[in-house]
Design a protein around this ligand. Sequence first.
Ligand SMILES: C[S@@+](CC[C@H](N)C(=O)[O-])C[C@H]1O[C@@H](n2cnc3c(N)ncnc32)[C@H](O)[C@@H]1O
Length: 214
Amino acid sequence: MASIPLKKKNIPGANPGAGRFFQQWGMFFRQFVKHPGMIGSVMPSSAALVNRMLDRVDWHNTHLFVEYGPGVGTFTQAILDRLHPDATLLAIDLNLDFVAYLEAQFDDPRLKVVHGSAADVRRFIREAGHSQADYILSGIPFSTLSDGVGAAICAETRAALRPGGAFLVYQYSRYVRRLIDPIFGRVSDELEWRNIPPCRIFCAVREEALAQAA
Ligand SMILES: C[S@@+](CC[C@H](N)C(=O)[O-])C[C@H]1O[C@@H](n2cnc3c(N)ncnc32)[C@H](O)[C@@H]1O
């Protein structure tokens, strides 16, 4: 698998190892206290969850990977570790503090961080110079979004994926299935226990025939 080394910017308080973990956790927890509905979790995802979700990606054929709700970059780092040197990672977060944190933390030409809602994913993809995404991964807490927002994000997501592309979603409940089942052809549903709390993993594929008919 091809990868290039990630350069980290030198920011005060950004220590390697355990120091960095507690710095990220502190940042995440402060944002949860400020915006519980938007963040939806008290701590970042576990390494077990991250690896299990990313193991299903066909990295050789991934040109554009989109991440919704990167937070402090728990998945972002792992995605960049696996991403082809010529590919792009577009990370979209509604929380301006997380966007500023990621911009300070990562210095990798393949990463574009944008502030805004996943509901505008197609506009962000166009502005990044692409037409469709190969994978879209989401950590957005769908069950706490305002009425209609989750459905709008899922419809936009399907339209933003190439035929055969996949929407990878991690959630603490099955709520999101009522949004993705009606618009995606195939949805798998698994449970990852090694996360606090245990987490469901959904993989929804934009099927070729359905995509062509749309
Ligand atoms: C549970 S946190 C996930 C953080 C991180 N990806 C992780 O796994 O540790 C949810 C994230 O979704 C973001 N978010 C919530 N609503 C959003 C929206 N409509 N568009 C983009 N990001 C959103 C929050 O700001 C937050 O960063």
